[in-house]
Design a protein around this ligand. Sequence first.
Ligand SMILES: Cc1cc2nc3c(=O)[nH]c(=O)nc-3n(C[C@H](O)[C@H](O)[C@H](O)COP(=O)(O)O)c2cc1C
Length: 138
Amino acid sequence: MNIVVLSGSPRKGANTDTMVEAFAETAREGGHTVEVVRVAGKKIAGCLGCQYCFTHEGTCVQKDDMADVIESLKGADMVVFASPIYWFDITAQEKAAIDRLYAFGATGFPFTKTALLLDSHSEGVYDAAIAMYKSTCA
Ligand SMILES: Cc1cc2nc3c(=O)[nH]c(=O)nc-3n(C[C@H](O)[C@H](O)[C@H](O)COP(=O)(O)O)c2cc1C
């Protein structure tokens, strides 16, 4: 499988990177291709909800780094959402990238498998992120 990880921690080499590297290493050992995209290091604005993408074959009206992310995702069988918990949810940077996946609404999503990787300081802080993930994927 071709797996793309959208990683939402702004801190390089920190906890989320360690978690993502462990996942990627194991997946590669299993014969999968893994591309890690650090969305928190990119300029990705929030979705405008303008629905321009619905009449322009999935192309977003906003010209920023999400265009490259969308291109990577077009070849993905699986997308992994990885994020630290910020105030009981995924980071704003990860959420901005997920919101922009709205552009696939017109054309259909190329990937059929997903996963969620979360890390945090405390236990028991994942409910909101898991609820969003499950409902979005459903
Ligand atoms: C703005 C901010 C908000 C955070 N909110 C929470 C939280 O609500 N619950 C929690 O357990 N940890 C929280 N943390 C801690 C991070 O989730 C935790 O340290 C995580 O491992 C950081 O990932 P990183 O090393 O990739 O940056 C917060 C950290 C930051 C910077």
